[in-house]
Design a protein around this ligand. Structure first.
Ligand code: SAM
Length: 290
């Protein structure tokens, strides 16, 4: 008996289909769960972002199921038809080109419609680039904020980065190689040249790389060898990372500039997104130390 049939039986035999939201690999084809392969083989239909792309995945695993396209441009038209088929008792899997559907990918409208009419939605978890990147970046992941893609327009991007500058959670962005240089330049300008960051590139693939360093060093690294492939940017709060910490930055500023304590504290608090009172306390303990 398939997972869907068991569910129908549990629900007293009501022949309503189930929508499975299935995560697929983000590069390495071995990164798919047994359950995902089984479900893809059991459903009646698979709604895929790009059917040609998904055919390759299906060929690799010997899955022979009808595929229908479901992407950003036909989401609205497709939705009603898919819901009807689910209501008629068919089981459908939703997949995207890579990773988890709905994570910077289409799907949530269909899922919301299913919930609204009482169709069971079952997640089949698996890889997602943001979690994969965070898991090996070596930064605090206790609290993080996923911001998706930064806006393409320079002003909108700068405005958003300014808003996020004081964020105390680790920031995670998706990025494309052709926009990386402009984004790194904006990060240097707005978050500062010394801000620690991680660029996770080509995760689970042959040229997987974790660049760890300051925003300024990232500019140099990726100017010498422009990034190819897929990218996740991770920026922990200003006080994290092996580069200059608040205390060192404060000491440097007080020793090497004519700024008053108050001015230095204000500047550092802004750059690191910290309350001025904390930075002021830090400056007093520096004076005591000296
Ligand atoms: N649904 C996917 C997920 O769960 O991660 C994300 C889809 S989104 C359209 C594609 C973006 O995810 C890429 O531009 C890149 O930022 C990130 N990404 C996907 N695969 C990646 C990989 N193997 N390495 C690094 N980043 C990746």
């Amino acid at each position: 008996m398939t997972e869907a049939q068991e569910r129908v039986e549990e629900q007293g035999g009501t022949p309503v289909g189930t929508l499975y939201v299935v995560a697929t690999p983000i590069g390495n084809l071995e990164d798919i769960t047994y359950r995902a392969v089984r479900i893809l083989g059991e459903v009646d239909l698979v709604a895929a972002e790009d059917t040609r792309h998904s055919r390759k995945l299906f060929a690799h695993f010997g899955i022979k199921k009808p595929l229908v396209s479901y992407h950003d441009h036909n989401e609205q038209q497709r939705q009603a038809g898919l819901v009807e088929r689910l209501q008629a008792g068919e089981n459908i899997a939703l997949i995207s080109d890579a990773g988890t559907p709905c994570i910077a990918d289409p799907g949530y409208c269909l899922i919301a419609s299913c919930h609204a009419v009482g169709i069971t939605v079952v997640p089949i978890p698996g890889p997602s680039a943001l979690i994969t990147a965070l898991s090996a970046a070596g930064v605090s992941t206790e609290r993080f904020a996923f911001e998706g893609y930064l806006p393409q327009k320079a002003k909108a991007r700068a405005d958003l980065l300014r808003k996020l500058n004081g964020e105390q959670r680790t920031l995670v962005f998706y990025e494309t190689p052709h926009r990386l240089a402009a984004t790194l330049a904006a990060l240097v300008e707005i978050l500062g040249a010394e801000r620690f960051m991680v660029v996770a590139r080509e995760l689970t693939k042959l040229y997987e790389e974790f660049f760890r360093g300051t925003t300024a060093a990232a500019v140099v690294r990726f100017a010498q060898d422009p990034a190819r492939g897929e990218l996740v940017l991770i920026i922990p709060p200003g006080t994290q990372g092996p580069q200059m910490n608040v205390r060192d930055a404060l000491r440097k500023l007080l020793n090497e500039s004519d700024l008053s304590r108050r001015e230095a504290v204000k500047l550092i608090a802004k750059e690191y997104g910290l309350p001025s009172s904390d930075v002021y306390r830090e400056s007093l303990s520096l004076t005591e130390e000296e």
